[in-house]
Structures are given as C-alpha cells and as structure tokens.
Design a protein around this ligand. Structure first.
Ligand code: AMP
Length: 219
C-alpha cells in the first residue's frame, strides 16, 4: 500500500505520515527530508540543493527523483510507504511510477490535504522542527510535551531556514502552479482523495484511515 500526500507547506503531510507510522506501521518518505539528507552527505550537489531549498524553490527534478529513490533504497522497505511531497511537479510523476514498479508497487491513493494560504502562513509562523527525528511541532496546534524539545528524540527544536515569509510565498507559488497540475492529473486518474486539512489533526487522520480502508486505531 502506497500513500502519496500532496499539499501546500504546513498542510500536515509529515504529521499525518507519522501517525500512519505510529498506528499502521507505515514508513514515512519525505521529499524534503530526502533532499536534506543529500545536503548533509555533502556531495557535489549539496550547495545547489541547499540554495534551492532556502529560497523555497523546487529542486530540479533529476536531483529530487534520485534523492527520493536513494532514500527508499536505504530504507529497504517496499510496502506501506507514506510519501510526503516527493511528487510536486508533473515531470516527477513518470520517475515516481518507475520507482514504484521497481519495488513491485503502484500508487494506492493520492491524498490532497487542502488548506488556504492564510492558514499556511499562520501554521508556518508557529512551526518548529526537530532535524534529527524529522518531527514537526506547532507552538499552538501541536505543542511538544516539554516546550522547545522533541518528544521523540529529546533534541532542541529549531525553526526551519525555509519557514520564512519570502520562502513560504515561493513555496505557495510553486504549489498553486506546478503541484496543482499533479493534483488535476491524479483526479483524472481516479486516485485523488481530497481532505479538508484545516480540521483538527485527529479528524484529518481518521479521514485518511477511511480513504486507505485501514481499521481505526484510537490514540
Ligand atoms: P518539505 O520538507 O516537504 O517542506 O520540502 C522542503 C523543500 O524541499 C521544498 O521547499 C523544496 O525546495 C524541496 N523539495 C521537497 N520535495 C520536492 C520535490 N518533489 N520536488 C522539488 N523540490 C522538492
């Protein structure tokens, strides 16, 4: 079973992927995280990738496709994947399909987490991030148990470099232009499920369980 989350920045893609991991043994695969790992490895492309990400721009397709493929290969898992943001541009769809074929899978559902731009800015303003565990928090909507520290790794939370107004404006621009085409494509394919992502985290999560026909496991 392969779930692909699509949505604007801070629509809750990673939060929902981690809930699927917690309750249904999914493995989260984040496009952004795959690229951040490439930056950490410090290869020849690292400064270029970092520059695109800091500006909030989409990283070139070939680099992204390879980063996501590497990330999945390293995980060594080929079922119950929850991809977040790994497909944001139409040119990435064939590479994603080829990757799924290679691991003997096909897409189960494209889940579009829909929110308006004002909510994006509100969520990003209060968003904090744990680089080690890739967990995201929000001071108001998803606070950590101990303020300023990750519940899972205990590491100090930081503000992501691309969670500033200029980068978010660019991320929203590319979402409304390039990613919207991907959403339309999956709708035409009959694979798209649209969920109102401005709702409470648990309400969104239950809708996702329904879409994927998973039994409801209460938190
Ligand atoms: P995220 O962690 O999902 O918010 O992604 C952070 C940044 O990584 C984005 O703003 C892009 O610069 C880059 N990125 C993530 N996924 C993709 C993708 N599928 N295509 C191109 N760039 C991406």
């Amino acid at each position: 079973m392969i779930a692909l989350f699509i949505g604007a920045p801070a629509s809750g893609k990673d939060t929902q992927a981690y809930l699927l991991q917690k309750y249904h043994q999914f493995t989260p695969v984040s496009g952004g995280e795959a690229l951040r790992e490439e930056v950490e490895k410090g290869g020849a492309q690292a400064p270029l990738i970092q520059a695109y990400m800091d500006r909030g721009e989409l990283v070139p397709d070939e680099i992204t496709n390879e980063a996501v493929a590497n990330y999945i290969r390293q995980l060594g898992v080929s079922d119950r994947l929850a991809l977040t943001g790994g497909v944001r541009r139409m040119h990435q769809v064939p590479a994603f399909d080829a990757l799924m074929t290679k691991i003997g899978q096909s897409l189960t559902a494209a889940i579009y987490l829909k929110i308006d731009d004002a909510t994006v800015y509100d969520r990003v303003a209060g968003r904090l991030y744990a680089p080690g565990s890739n967990q995201t928090y929000h001071v108001k909507y998803k606070p950590p148990k101990v303020p300023g520290f990750c519940d899972i790794s205990g590491e100090p939370l930081v503000k992501r470099a691309d969670d500033n107004e200029a980068a978010v404006a660019e991320r929203l621009r590319s979402f409304h232009t390039e990613t919207q085409v991907v959403i339309d494509y999956y709708r035409e394919q009959g694979l798209l499920h649209e969920i109102d992502a401005s709702q409470d985290i648990q309400v969104v999560y239950q809708e996702i369980e329904r879409v994927l026909e998973l039994p409801h496991i209460a938190s």
